[in-house]
Design a protein around this ligand. Structure first.
Ligand code: FAD
Ligand code: NAI
Length: 465
């Protein structure tokens, strides 16, 4: 039987990054992936293809709505959806190809086939060998959650996976769930002219993110794309008819349900950890009430030489979190002393303007009863934003009321996905709001607004406001 220091099940951003890091640190590594393509959800049907379509649709929307503001007149703009999807597929192919190359470069043994536990140290690969791992890493990720009364047929009632490769731009789309997937997909199709309805159970979009950012998101989707957003509503059932799909929607608080006719229904109500067919019990493992594999602070399961990371365990279901987990496990196995702090993991929603946040939200601090100060700076007061004609949004810096320690940063604005890196660094290195103000950031940039919001949090006033 082939023996390895580390056998990894799942090649998403958790598994493949762990494999590379472990190999760099001189462990022998095998990686098992059930699909022919490496890269998991993120590379194949998640982060990368969704961002490819977000970027393409943003260009189309910009050309249609904003080019003339810059003195660029276009005569007739046409959309070639098939080409847009083909470009997205090409981006995915290149990215997956990059991971294959990295596996070879780092001498990682890759096995394609479903992996399942035979014992606590042995994994059988379907149609392949059984591998012995001195250590085992479960990185099997997640799948879309479903609603019991709304069966997914993958044609008219779809998940994000099908939405990324639809045969046409829908004339009408109803999205169940106003979370990250719902909002990003609404942006893609809204920009291309689809009539949108979003049905969200809670009284706000983007639960878990800053409430002001969520409200700004609602405004963007309604004003830019004409989306009809039904907060505090639940989809109860669907019927597929000749003229489309009828979705029965009711207020959460009770009351009559009403029908909404649409062409496609996207179910985006969260994702669930994926452990099907792993035969966890053969290794002596179980899952918790939410289907996650329980782990301790070192990401060890109940069996000390079996680890689990990424979407299949607790914590935010994000690619960079999965990769951080993977690096952590690889480095500990190699005798290093890494650390992990999920509070420093940023969340980004790639609509335009972008939404990004890291650290505590005001709502969380209020719940904890921890006194804080807030500084907010609007992009309309930024010279760079005016030059770019992209003045929507704000930066919010949250600092401890007594110590001025940076507790959170939340941004709505152009390039927020990249600008938030300053907030991540600030939290990671224990910066105060004043420290952020004192960073000599380049002028004119979008990131300068962080200094202004930080000064405002620290002392109550900004320079340019
Ligand atoms: P996954 O990426 O799900 O990989 C798990 C892999 O394990 C899969 O390839 C699966 O086939 C394989 N596998 C499972 N069971 C077995 C088995 N028994 N044997 C062999 N192989 C197995 N996150 C971000 O940070 N940024 C984004 O912009 C972003 N956009 C997203 C957009 C969409 C539409 C979706 C759906 C998700 C998005 N995410 C994003 C979330 C991100 O994709 C996940 O958090 C991330 O992929 C989790 O990584 P993972 O390694 O834990 O699992
Ligand atoms: P989500 O948890 O972000 O949002 C799901 C939404 O559906 C919630 O707002 C919830 O209240 C709502 N909901 C649940 N049941 C409902 C019902 N019956 N009727 C109406 N609304 C209902 O999950 P989502 O959007 O599916 O995304 C899954 C995961 O993928 C997220 O955890 C996210 O982190 C990750 N992701 C990350 C992206 C990024 O980083 N940019 C992009 C896309 C996904």
């Amino acid at each position: 039987m082939e023996r390895y220091d580390l056998v990894i099940i799942g090649s998403g951003p958790g598994g493949y990054v762990a494999a590379i890091r472990a190999a760099q640190l001189h462990l022998s590594v095998a990686l098992i992936e059930k699909y022919p393509a490496l890269g998991g959800t993120c590379l194949n049907v998640g982060c990368i293809p969704s961002k490819a379509l977000l970027d393409s649709s943003e260009k189309f929307y910009d050309a249609a709505k904003h080019f003339s503001d810059h003195g660029i007149e276009t005569e007739k703009l046409t959309l070639n959806w098939q080409k847009m999807v083909a470009r997205k597929d090409q981006v995915v192919k290149q990215t997956v190809g990059g991971v294959e190359y990295l596996m070879k470069k780092n001498k990682i043994a890759v096995f394609h086939g479903h992996g399942r536990f035979v014992s606590a140290n042995e994994i059988a690969v379907e149609g392949g060998p059984t591998l012995y791992g001195r250590n085992i890493l479960i990185a099997t990720g997640s799948k879309p959650s479903a609603l019991p009364t709304i069966p997914i047929d993958k044609k008219r009632i779809i998940t994000s996976t099908e939405a990324l490769s639809l045969p046409e731009v829908p004339r009408r789309l109803l999205i169940i769930g106003g979370g990250v997937i719902g909002v990003e997909m609404a942006s893609i199709f809204g920009r291309l002219g689809t009539e949108l309805v979003i049905v969200e159970f809670l009284d706000r979009l983007l639960p878990g993110m800053d409430a002001d950012a969520a409200e700004e998101t609602r405004r963007i989707l309604t004003t830019d794309y004409g989306a009809k957003i039904l907060l505090g509503h639940a989809a109860q059932s669907v019927e597929i008819g000749n003229r489309g799909v009828v979705v029965h929607v009711a207020p959460r608080a009770g009351g009559e349900s009403f029908p909404i006719e649409t062409d496609y229904v996207l179910v985006a109500v969260g994702r669930r950890p994926y452990t099907e067919g792993l035969d966890l019990e053969k290794a002596g493992l179980t899952v918790d009430e939410r289907g996650r594999i329980p782990v301790n602070d070192h990401l060890q399961t109940a069996i000390p030489h079996i680890f689990a990371i990424g979407d299949v365990i607790r914590g935010p279901m994000l690619a960079h979190k999965a990769s951080e987990d993977g690096v952590y496990v690889a480095e500990r196995l190699a005798g290093r002393k890494p650390h992990l702090d999920y509070r420093q993991i940023p969340s980004v929603v790639y609509i335009w303007p972008e939404i990004a946040g890291v650290g505590y939200t005001e709502e969380e601090l209020q719940k904890e009863g921890r006194p804080y100060r807030v500084g907010k700076f609007p992009y309309r007061a930024s010279g760079r934003a005016r030059a770019a004609h992209d003045t929507r949004g704000f930066v919010k810096v949250i600092a401890d009321a007594k110590t001025d320690m940076l507790l959170g940063m939340h941004i709505v604005g152009a390039r927020a996905a990249d600008t938030i890196a300053v907030g991540v660094a600030g939290l990671a290195y224990g910066a105060s709001a004043e420290d952020i103000f004192r960073l000599p950031l380049a002028h004119p940039t979008f990131s300068e607004a962080l200094k202004e919001a930080a000064l405002s949090a620290s002392e109550g006033s900004a320079i340019h406001l």
